[in-house]
Design a protein. Sequence first.
Length: 176
Amino acid sequence: MRCPFCQNEDTRVIDSRLTDDRDAVRRRRACEACGDRFSTLEEASLKLPYIVKSNGDRENYDQTKLARGLERALEKRPVDSQEIENILHRIKRNLLTCGEREVPSIALGEMVMNELREIDQVAYVRFASVYRSFQDVDAFSNEIKRLQAETVRGRKSKRTAQSPTSGEKVKPRKKD
């Protein structure tokens, strides 16, 4: 690493730490020639895939555009801003690790809806109504019924996983 003060190429690393989001390394360095210290931030230069719109247009992934859509769906909902950041981070990581050069906008929308379904069902329905272009009340109703059915199935599978199987005996807990 070249010293920004004297342009000497002989610098040494004094300290290395991961950033809070663990995506980059912050290094504290010292120049062997002039003795000045400086920090560097090293992160992998990964290329995000292009997003292919339904009309065939290709555009760069725009995290701020996605954040605006999430914020609109989550408006006046009990979800903190850190959770929105976590969603954006998970989606970006999925896009980086998918290995594709292009991702259909439909796939991106499904990623967002899967995230919203897990944290807030009202926000999920709001986002789905715009994303899937609901034309009437029946479309809303059908989506809510589908969501309710998934919720009921999820509850049943949790109860089944937690309850003992029919052949098992439940041992009483010992009192201490």
